[in-house]
Design a binder for this molecule. Structure first.
Ligand code: AP5
Length: 261
C-alpha cells in the first residue's frame, strides 16, 4: 500500500464515526504494542512508525482526552470518572478502558494493522486484548518496550506540547514547532497537558512501575517482546525500531515455516 493517512476518526470519536481511509488488505499487516514509561516517546514513535508501516496510531490517552473535550452533558459517568483519574496521573480502571477499546474493535480488526500506544497497561488489559485477538484469529507482530532513564523522562514531559486538533506532539526545546504555540501540520493550537505537572508525573511513574512493568514478563513469555533504548533523536530511535521489527518478523516467519516442515 503506497500511503495511508493516520485517520483515527473512528478511534477517537467512537464506532458511529466511520474511518475515511479504510485500509486495503496488506499481505502481513503490522500489529504492534508500544510499552514504556510515561514520556519515553511512545506517541512520537507511533507517529513516525505509522509513516513507515502505515498502521494507524491508536492511543488510549488521546481517546480519553478527546472524550474530555466533549460537552459535559455528552460525557457518561464512567468517562467523567476516567478523566478524574487521568488528572491525578492515576490509571483509569480496567473495566472502563476495555469497554472503550472493545467498542472500537473495528480498529483492531483493520486490515492495515495497528500501533497501540498506552494500551494495554495492566495485566488484566493485556489478557483481555489477547483473548479478543485469539477469538478474532489475529496475532501481535511485536511488543516494543522503550527504555530511558527517569531523569530524561522528566525533561521530556516538562517540555511537551500537544496539538489540540491533530494531537501531534512537540517539545519546546528538542522538537519545537516552526511558529511558537502553533501546530506545523494543521495550524491547531498547542497546549500543555494537565498531567504533565510535576506532582502528576511522579504518580504516573509510580503507576507505571506498579502496573505496567509486569507486562514485560507477560509478553516475554509469549515471545513477543523486543526492548529498545530510547536515547537519541526520534528519527534514530525509529530506525532502530524498524530494524529490530524486521529482524523479529524474519525470525518469526522462519520459525513458522520450520514448524510446517
Ligand atoms: P497517555 O496519554 O498514554 O500518556 P503516557 O503513557 O503517560 O505517555 P505519554 O503520552 O505521557 O508519553 P509518550 O511516551 O507517548 O511520550 P511522547 O511521545 O509524548 O496516558 C495518559 C493517562 O491516561 C494515563 O496516566 C492514565 O490516567 C490514562 N490512560 C491511558 N491509557 C490507559 C490505559 N490503557 N489504562 C489505564 N489508564 C490509561 O514524548 C514526550 C515528550 O518528549 C514530547 O515533548 C516529545 O516531543 C519529546 N520526545 C520524544 N522523543 C524524544 C527524543 N527522542 N528526544 C527528545 N525528546 C523527545
Amino acid at each position: 500500500m503506497a500511503s495511508r493517512k493516520n485517520d483515527r476518526s473512528a478511534w477517537l470519536q467512537g464506532p458511529a464515526v466511520p474511518c475515511k481511509d479504510v485500509a486495503e488488505t496488506l499481505q502481513i499487516p503490522w500489529r504492534i504494542v508500544l510499552l514504556g514509561a510515561p514520556g519515553v516517546g511512545k506517541g512520537t514513535q507511533a507517529d513516525l512508525l505509522h509513516r513507515r508501516l502505515h498502521a494507524c496510531h491508536l492511543s488510549t490517552g488521546d481517546l480519553f482526552r478527546a472524550a474530555g473535550q466533549q460537552k459535559d452533558c455528552d460525557q457518561t459517568p464512567a468517562m467523567q470518572q476516567a478523566l478524574a483519574y487521568m488528572r491525578r496521573g492515576e490509571l483509569v480502571p480496567d473495566a472502563t478502558v476495555w469497554e472503550m477499546v472493545r467498542e472500537r474493535g473495528e480498529c483492531l480488526r483493520c486490515a492495515g494493522g495497528f500501533i497501540l500506544d498506552g494500551f494495554p497497561r495492566t495485566l488484566g488489559q493485556a489478557k483481555a486484548l489477547k483473548k479478543f485477538m485469539d477469538e478474532e484469529g489475529l496475532s501481535l507482530s511485536a511488543v516494543v518496550d522503550y527504555e530511558l532513564p527517569e531523569a530524561e523522562i522528566v525533561v521530556r514531559l516538562g517540555g511537551r506540547r500537544t496539538c489540540e486538533q491533530c494531537k501531534a506532539v512537540y517539545h519546546v526545546k528538542d522538537r519545537p514547532p516552526q511558529v511558537e504555540g502553533q501546530c506545523d501540520r494543521c495550524f491547531g493550537k498547542l497546549f500543555q497537558r494537565e498531567d504533565d505537572r510535576p506532582e502528576s508525573i511522579r504518580v504516573r511513574l509510580e503507576a507505571y512501575n506498579r502496573s505496567t512493568a509486569p507486562l514485560i514478563e507477560f509478553y516475554r513469555s509469549l515471545a513477543r517482546l523486543v526492548r529498545i533504548p530510547a536515547m537519541g533523536s526520534p528519527e534514530e530511535i525509529c530506525l532502530r525500531t524498524l530494524s529490530v521489527l524486521e529482524v523479529k518478523r524474519d525470525l518469526d516467519l522462519d520459525y513458522a515455516s520450520m514448524r510446517k516442515v
